[in-house]
Write a new protein. Structure first.
Length: 155
């Protein structure tokens, strides 16, 4: 499909707010809020981070996996260099990320943090008047720290 890079301010800011709100749900441990950001099922590709093949997953399972991996950690999900393009009725969002994860007892030790850096690609669709994420691709550039802190990583 041809991409139309011109988005109305309503679409641009609506989708930008969705992606930023979605990332805040990780840091705030707002699992219900996370579900509200997603379509009923989501195409996910975390293969470069987790080592698992891409696939479709229900939003309940997606959120349960994140809750299990991250609920005890302090996290900070940062996005930068956001760009968007129209693809038919969907919006493609690309951005860079820096995800910081700390053990609750972090005191500067390498064994008490695990950070990841790379880029994301999201697909957002409109369900009625609400934008939701229907696809997520994470491309890992590098990790730093102790992967044992995060239950969902490739070791």
């Amino acid at each position: 499909m041809a991409k139309n890079k011109t988005l109305s301010p309503e679409k641009y800011f609506g989708v930008q707010e969705l992606v930023f709100r979605f990332m805040r749900t990780f840091d705030e441990k707002d699992w219900l809020g996370m579900k509200a950001c997603l379509t009923k099922s989501v195409d996910c590709d975390y293969s470069s981070f987790r080592g698992t093949p891409p696939g479709r997953i229900t939003k309940e399972k997606y959120v349960a996996q994140r809750e299990k991996s991250l609920s005890t950690l302090k996290t900070l999900h940062n996005l930068s260099n956001l760009s968007m393009a129209s693809i038919g009725k969907s919006i493609e969002v690309k951005c860079n990320y820096a995800i910081l994860r700390f053990h609750p007892d972090f005191k500067g030790s390498r064994k008490h943090f695990f950070h990841s850096y790379g880029c994301y690609r999201f697909i957002a669709i409109r369900e009625g008047r609400i934008w939701r994420i229907s696809a997520i691709v994470q491309r890992l550039l590098m990790n730093d720290g102790n992967p044992a802190l995060h239950g969902g990583t490739r070791r």
